[in-house]
Design a protein around this ligand. Structure first.
Ligand code: DC
Length: 226
């Protein structure tokens, strides 16, 4: 059976994580959430006292970090220098800081090496913003997943259980800001690769998106189990 490297890029809240995880399960592949790596660096920055725009300090910090995914009880957890940071990286503060940190070329260069190493053996679904354009321009198949701003905000809103959660309008504003920052940065901006299959999931369920992706993969490759 052919082992593929699949990339899924797209803006915040387009459903990439759910779809990437499900697609990886269906293919029997590993799933790598590269946003979590940027969030890991942001968490380390938040624990230090330097300005996130200070490239020299950022480079030193990156060199001291060991970021790795580990599979425990069927769940992928992110370890930073051995400590499980899977939940800590999901706060609104780290979400905002990860967007700032991810615009710094020194951080991107550092994480590029880690991601290339993770993709060496293929049989993996990579989720992010620049997977198909910068990190794996020769990926076997690339997808770009998008949805309307309102839909993306509503999905995020529905995921929140906390009473103190932001309102739908606040989430929409936050996503709009993050999209602008991710799409307008100079290094590896968010955009579809020329050869990506573009999918608008505004009116599609995660299941439908995964089935569509599998159909696209089967059109190009033999992925039947031998
Ligand atoms: O996908 P996410 O929301 O967890 O990503 C967190 C931030 O990291 C987001 O602002 C975009 C950035 N990011 C990136 O620049 N490149 C990637 N490959 C993945 C995420």
């Amino acid at each position: 059976m052919q082992q593929l490297l699949v990339t899924i890029d797209g803006p915040a809240g387009a459903g990439k994580s759910t779809v990437s995880r499900k697609l990886a399960q269906r293919l029997g592949y590993r799933y790598i959430d590269t946003g979590a790596l940027y969030r890991g660096v942001a968490l380390a920055v938040s624990h230090s006292d330097f300005d996130p725009q200070d490239d020299q300090a950022l480079a030193q910090l990156c060199a001291s970090l060991k970021l790795e995914f580990r599979l425990t009880e069927n769940r992928s957890v992110l370890l930073l220098n051995g400590a499980n940071i899977t939940n800590e990286i999901r706060t609104p503060e780290i979400t905002a800081l990860s967007s700032t940190v991810s615009s710094r070329p020194v951080v991107r260069e550092h994480l590029l090496k880690i991601q290339l190493e993770m993709g060496r053996k293929k049989a993996v679904v990579f989720e992010g913003r620049d997977m198909g354009t910068v990190v794996f321009p020769k990926a076997d198949i690339k997808f770009f997943l998008d949805a309307s701003l309102r839909t993306r905000a509503s999905r995020r809103y529905d995921e929140m259980e906390d009473q103190d959660s932001p309102t739908l309008t606040e989430i929409e504003m936050n996503i709009r800001q993050r999209d602008a920052q991710d799409a307008n940065r100079l290094t590896a901006p968010l955009k579809p690769a020329d050869d990506a299959v573009k999918i608008d999931s505004t009116r599609m369920s995660a299941w439908e998106v995964v089935e569509f992706m599998l159909a696209q993969i089967k059109l190009k490759f033999d992925i039947s189990k031998s």
